[in-house]
Design a protein around this ligand. Structure first.
Ligand code: SF4
Length: 251
């Protein structure tokens, strides 16, 4: 079999071909091997591990979105963390960024618990789904523009499937903001000039299909760089999600 992956026996090499027909993106995206650099990195990290997790089996594959497919709110991050989601197999699970994110979601009633430690920890999201424009852990947390573009068909299809219920997208950071705009430009019209990223940036995207409009909200990323320095505080994060709740009608 022509695959570079040691972990995936039935790989998908072309998201642009596989994603548009998908009735469920999650099981397909976990088989993707389209970015050679990221396949190498995610599997190398899974092999070598961090000392604190040396007894654990790392996921080491693309990390799918998490949360119901009839969500009213979609949270868009950047990419899985090497020893967080790339280890546990669930978005923002098992690292400090996730600790901050899920506590805020719980505080505003969008998650049933504040902790996210493993896929078996019982966490569920209410009216909310979390995804990222790049589904594999990148070296130094920096995907290349080519990797972002290669991964975009998964995000585009996820948005199409969420379309009937989706009313608000919360984007964590400028990378996610730039990545999601082209993926939104189907069911919704992205204004020109494009809305600029900023914390609490808000744009309303008119629907092109006769359905409801979409609220796009910016939020600083929940990276340790932002949360440890106080650039993003728990109160600021709660404010963004309260706003998303109100705008989306997610009670
Ligand atoms: S980043 Fe996306 S396109 Fe690239 S290998 Fe991972 S899932 Fe596939």
């Amino acid at each position: 079999m022509d695959t570079r992956s040691e972990l995936i026996p039935d790989p998908i090499t072309d998201p642009a071909a596989a994603a548009p027909e998908a009735s469920d993106v999650d099981p397909l995206v976990t088989r993707c091997v389209a970015c050679p650099r990221l396949v190498d990195w995610r599997e190398e990290v899974a092999r070598t591990k961090r000392a604190a997790f040396r007894d654990q089996d790392y996921w080491g594959r693309p990390v799918p979105g998490f949360g119901p497919m009839d969500a009213r709110i979609l949270v868009v991050g950047l990419a899985p963390a090497a020893h967080g989601a790339n280890r546990t197999g669930r978005m923002f699970t098992g690292d400090r960024s996730g600790d901050v994110l899920y506590r805020a979601l719980h505080d505003v009633g969008l998650a049933n618990q504040p902790e996210a430690t493993s896929i078996e920890d019982g966490l569920t999201l209410h009216n909310t789904r979390i995804t990222s424009p790049v589904h594999c852990a990148p070296p130094a947390n920096k995907p290349t523009p080519a990797e972002r573009d290669t991964c975009r068909p998964w995000l585009t299809r996820e948005l199409e499937l969420l379309r009937p219920t989706l009313r608000a997208v919360v984007v964590l950071g400028a990378f996610g903001w730039q990545a999601v705009l082209p993926a939104l430009a189907g069911a919704w019209r992205v204004p020109r000039p494009r809305p600029k990223f900023g914390h609490l940036a808000h744009a309303e995207l008119p629907a092109t299909d006769g359905g409801p409009d979409l609220h796009l909200l910016g939020c600083y990323h929940v990276s340790q760089q932002n949360t440890f320095t106080g650039r993003l505080t728990p109160a600021m994060l709660r404010e963004v999600f309260e706003r998303a709740k109100g705008l989306s009608g997610a009670g």
